[in-house]
Design a protein around this ligand. Structure first.
Ligand SMILES: [Zn+2]
Length: 716
């Protein structure tokens, strides 16, 4: 144990400092147990709690007279919530001793203890162990009578738990009736947990709704199970693994723990596949290492592995010491949550212009890697967590998930032994903290305006054409075949051109020379010439393609076409100066342009950098036919909405879309009450069913062509 200093100055007449320390540890541990178990709002990482708990255990081991009935070491878990009925466990739910030596010696120590207890000599055969994962969730006792689930209870203090039968019944994985077993009583114990992907999906949903996110899968699972409303529990994606036995009546016990888990599995109870029967300390070591290597790839969190003497007869022989079985131990892995300090909050700009606040952290080893950054997602999340520069925070990294800040540690006074440096880093009073984080209103990369639209969580840079963070996206979008098509200019080439610094903004594309292109890796002379030809060809474009190619947020192809036909000329939209650009009101007159889109277009052309790029493109020779503003309402299919589905015999979907839009129709992606016609080809799928259901006219290609031909006739 790592607290020798406690004993160095100890006299036989127990120093006052030790009793004071015990009292302090009681107070602090009770406080954190309440935060953790009852409120589901921990203030310190588990490892910190364990550390304090062990310190108390060490003192109590040396001074049994200091052990009181209310010592935190005298109960196993949290107390029942007021709202849930109490359940007395027929067989106490004990906890397992934890080996916190995360190195190999942890396994060796356990094997040595067991062998000594069984009075085995070195020459005796190795002991067989059942090795399994230590799941990070909530322990549950499932009571089956005559094979039917009659009660489910939490561990509680080990003697008395909470009745959570209604909640447990909402978990689909837990059988309400066992397969092929109808004995008077069989209690199966295991862990309710939440998979990481389920947890992340749940938090994404919370974020989208602007609700508070959950801390980690374990707390979320534990919180859900102890909900008073089973309807809420049913919305939480929970899972279960069995690993132990409670009361039994009428069931013949298998000879080993492994065989018992096999039997549970045959009864339809989920049992984790990552388990093994292994031989001796060497087998335990190998399992610990193998699962340690696999930990990140597992779909759920574990904080260690568990070793159990496999023979149930030997388990009985070994028995218990106070409240822990001698035949089992939990062997931990390095913690996935740690304390550290926020050094700064930076704002990063993504490929699509999204601004993300990122906390720069004092380096901390967590979940097997050194972490120096943690995302704060967006302004709301940063505010909700109220993370500020200088704060002490709990950082969590589990699996290959990006590190995340779980919360800020404010209650310094509750910690008798702060992590080194923490007292300086973590001012006690609110007024001494750094200032509340606010998102910048300009892009930290290019200086263009950063805008947060109504109903959106993210700020975005509006300098899409110029911003170096968005270069690759902007070029790819511009070169797309539905925009200013540049054939052959794909992902990899754009990547190369930008990374080599040859292309910084769009006009640079048109300044590319043969030598620069041909010098790129894996670029043959012929392909270099093809790209130059494609660029030359792309100079003859159309106004809708050009507008679409600018990548203005919310301006898709249809909107680009509507803008082109409404205004006729690019200058009518962007103006000769920012002041003479189309106003939001003018933009709102365009069919299908709403307030958010109008605002987005207006802001785009207010950015000097964007305007410069457009001017340079024109100077590079890009041109298109311009006309007078068209009266969209005069087109024959104006106001009609079409949906295209399935494979048409001769036309591609894009071609059909072009024909329809040229006639003034709107082409939508899904069938709704607003749809006027469905154009259906082979294998039309659910859209055809939906159209029939809504009584919408269905056309095949021939009927579509016939309809369009009548307009041709009208014109001539
Ligand atoms: Zn920018």
């Amino acid at each position: 144990m790592s607290t020798p200093d406690l004993f160095d100055n100890m006299s036989p007449a127990l120093p006052l400092s030790t009793t004071q320390r015990v009292a302090e540890l009681h107070r602090v541990l009770h406080h954190h147990a309440h935060r953790y178990y009852v409120l589901d709002a921990p203030e310190i990482p588990d490892a910190e709690y364990d550390h304090l708990f062990q310190e108390l255990q060490v003192i109590e081991a040396a001074h049994p007279e200091l052990v009181t009935p209310d010592s935190p070491t005298q109960r196993v878990g949290g107390r029942p919530l007021d709202g849930l009925a109490s359940v007395r466990h027929a067989v106490p739910m004990l906890s397992i001793e934890t080996e916190t030596d995360t190195t190999e010696t942890g396994a060796q120590k356990f094997d040595a203890r067991v062998r000594k207890e069984l009075k085995l000599q070195d020459e005796d055969a190795p002991i067989e162990y059942a090795a399994e994962l230590k799941f990070d969730g909530l322990a549950i006792n499932l009571r089956y009578e005559q094979g039917v689930l009659v009660q489910a209870a939490t561990r509680g203090d080990g003697e008395t738990g909470e009745d959570v039968t209604q909640n447990i019944r909402t978990i689909g994985q837990i059988p309400l009736r066992l397969l092929g077993v109808q004995v008077p009583v069989l209690e199966i114990r295991g862990e309710v947990y939440m998979r990481r992907d389920d947890f992340n999906a749940l938090n994404d949903k919370q974020r989208q709704r602007g609700d508070k996110t959950f801390i980690n899968p374990r707390n979320t699972a534990a919180g859900a199970i102890r909900q008073l409303d089973p309807a809420i529990v049913a919305q939480r994606p929970l899972s279960f693994f069995a690993y132990g036995l409670g009361e039994v009546d009428g069931w013949l016990l298998p000879p080993t723990h492994s065989a018992m888990l096999d039997a549970f599995e045959a009864m339809g109870v989920p049992v984790c596949a990552d388990r093994a029967a292994v031989s001796g300390a060497q087998g335990l070591l190998e399992f610990h290492q193998a699962m340690g290597a696999k930990r990140d790839a597992l779909p759920f969190d574990i904080d260690g592995v568990v070793y159990k003497v496999n023979s149930l007869a030997l388990q009985q022989q070994l028995g218990f010491k106070t409240r822990e079985p001698r035949w089992a131990v939990a062997h931990k892995y390095p913690a996935q949550e740690q304390l550290t300090t926020v050094l700064a909050i930076d704002v990063q700009v993504g490929r699509t212009g999204k601004l993300t606040p990122v906390a720069k952290l004092a380096p901390v080893f967590v979940g097997g890697v050194t972490v120096t950054n943690a995302t704060l997602h967006n302004e709301d999340e940063a505010r909700r967590k109220d993370v500020r520069v200088g704060d002490a925070v709990i950082v969590r990294r589990a699996g290959d998930v990006i590190p995340e800040i779980v919360g800020v540690v404010l209650t310094q006074s509750a910690r008798p032994e702060p992590v080194e440096g923490l007292r300086q880093a973590q001012p006690e009073r609110e007024k001494e903290r750094g200032s509340i984080f606010t998102m910048p209103h300009t892009c930290p990369v290019c200086g263009s305006a950063a805008v947060r639209e109504e109903g959106e969580a993210d700020y975005r840079c509006t300098g899409g054409l110029f911003c170096s963070a968005q270069r690759k996206e902007a070029i790819l979008h511009f070169a797309h075949r539905r925009a200013v098509e540049v054939e052959g200019l794909g992902d990899k080439l754009v990547e190369q051109l930008v990374d080599a610094g040859i292309v910084k903004t769009l006009p640079d594309l048109y300044r590319l020379g043969f030598t620069a292109l041909a010098a790129l890796e894996r670029m043959a002379d012929k392909s270099a010439q093809n790209i130059l030809d494609a660029l030359e060809k792309s100079k003859q474009t159309t106004l809708p393609r050009f507008i679409f190619g600018l990548g203005i947020r919310h301006v898709g192809e249809a909107t680009a076409k509507a803008l082109a036909s409404h205004f006729g000329k690019l200058d009518a939209i962007m103006g000769e100066t920012p002041e003479t650009a189309a106003s939001v009101e003018q933009l709102l007159e365009v069919a299908d342009v709403g307030p958010i889109v109008a605002e987005s277009i207006h802001t785009f052309f207010q950015q000097p950098h964007n305007r410069e790029v457009v001017e340079q493109l024109r100077a590079c020779g890009l041109q298109w036919a311009e006309g007078e503003p068209a009266q969209r309402a005069q087109l024959p299919l104006a106001g009609q909405t079409f949906v295209i589905t399935g494979t048409l015999p001769t036309l591609s979907r894009d071609q059909a879309k072009d024909l329809l839009e040229a006639a003034g129709a709107k082409v939508a992606g899904s069938v709704s009450k607003k749809t006027h016609y469905l154009v259906a080809g082979a294998e039309p799928g659910s859209k055809l069913d939906k159209a029939k259901e809504l009584d919408i006219a269905v056309l095949d290609e021939a009927a579509l062509m016939a309809m369009l031909a009548t307009f041709e006739g009208d014109k001539s």
